[in-house]
Design a protein around this ligand. Structure first.
Ligand code: GTP
Ligand code: MG
Length: 336
């Protein structure tokens, strides 16, 4: 076990950067993958417009926020007037339309926090989640995409962390671990807290983009081409950052007291959010504030047992990067 006071990484950590960057490159989606994705969107647009001619299709999640790999699903949000129909009714109708247009495995999941239709596309083999009028997802997709354009180390770090989480079995919200979206927010917040900073806090800057979603103003500075040199004073390599990320979540994060907040570019206290006790199913043991839906804790699914599993995995990862002879392989060994 490493100890809290041991905060320096091994001196030769940088020798692992080329291997990690090669892995990162191999995870990026291919051009072929992207064009298949576009074909799916086209055929979906055709299906939907028959029933709802005014509906607008938005991509959200990793196929649009630039954090997607070749294994990511396609997330689509339909923006449309549902009239007197409830969202659930509209989704059931949508499911019928998609079935008659020969999409596979069409299933309406109306009981979820965000109700969706899930289906797969026989042409591409992709699975696809479709929600209706969930414009928070569209707004946070743009926010993540804009952060990704400021410093390339964010994409590199987040791809490696997502890849690690999938292989280690800690990217499964239905089993009490974290979503991909939560991991990306953890990476952004981590880079906002480096010294010198690698990422700014876009929501604390002049508001050049605003979008009103159900009465909540989603606003931030989106002219990120002005921020290309923001992280230039920080010379940390990706190997160093990956180690420091795991080290932070293994040893330094104050799970009892703190909430990580991309919105504030900092950690804030559970006290000020009233997240000190369990409320319904929200346990608030590991707290990750959604940048726009600030009452939403992305860590709400984590319970005592999965928190222990997560912390052991963070510790293992930090230890592998610190001591292992072949960390680029050992770090990503599938957990069985
Ligand atoms: P992969 O599909 O694993 O590559 O990542 P992803 O970025 O698409 O993440 P995921 O499928 O977990 O989530 C899709 C999108 O749903 C996110 O990018 C957010 O825009 C949105 N979202 C909003 N709230 C939540 C939430 O509580 N959980 C999840 N998972 N997604 C949310
Ligand atoms: Mg997705």
């Amino acid at each position: 076990r490493m100890r809290r006071w041991q905060v320096e990484c091994r001196p030769e950590i940088d020798t692992f950067t080329p291997g990690l960057l090669a892995l990162y490159e191999s995870l990026k989606p291919s051009e072929e993958h992207k064009s298949k994705q576009n074909q799916l969107v086209d055929s979906l647009t055709k299906s939907v417009s028959k029933e709802w001619p005014d509906a607008q299709l938005h991509l959200y999640g990793s196929c649009a926020n630039s954090f997607g790999t070749s294994h990511s699903d396609v997330d689509v949000c339909l923006e449309m007037e549902t009239g007197t129909e409830s969202t659930a009714e509209a989704l059931l109708k949508l499911a019928d339309v998609l079935r008659s247009d020969n999409f596979d495995n069409v299933e309406a999941i109306t009981s979820a926090r965000v109700p969706i239709v899930r289906m797969s596309d026989p042409a591409s083999g992709f699975s696809c989640d479709i929600c209706i009028n969930n414009l928070f997802a569209v707004a946070n997709t743009k926010l993540l995409k804009d952060y990704a354009q400021i410093d390339q180390r964010l994409l590199q770090l987040a791809f490696l962390v997502k890849h690690w989480a999938k292989l280690r079995g800690v990217n499964e919200t239905y089993r009490g671990t974290l979503s991909s979206y939560a991991y990306v927010l953890m990476c952004i917040n981590f880079l906002q807290l480096r010294e010198p900073k690698i990422l700014p806090c876009l929501q604390a800057m002049e508001q050049t983009f605003t979008m009103n979603v159900d009465g909540t103003e989603c606003a931030y500075f989106d002219e990120v081409h002005h921020l290309q040199d923001f992280g230039a004073d920080n010379k940390e390599s990706i190997a160093e950052l990956l180690w420091a990320f795991f080290h932070y979540w293994a040893f330094d994060h104050d799970y009892r007291r703190d909430v990580i907040s991309v919105r504030m570019g900092n950690t804030i206290s559970k006290q000020e959010k009233n997240w000190t006790t369990r409320v319904g199913n929200d346990r608030h043991l590991m707290c990750i504030e959604d940048p726009f839906e600030t009452g939403h804790d992305l860590g709400r699914v984590v319970d005592r047992q999965t928190l222990r599993i997560l912390r052991e995995e963070f510790e293992r990862a930090a230890g592998v990067l610190q001591y292992n002879d072949d960390p680029c392989v050992t770090l990503f060994e599938p957990y069985d």
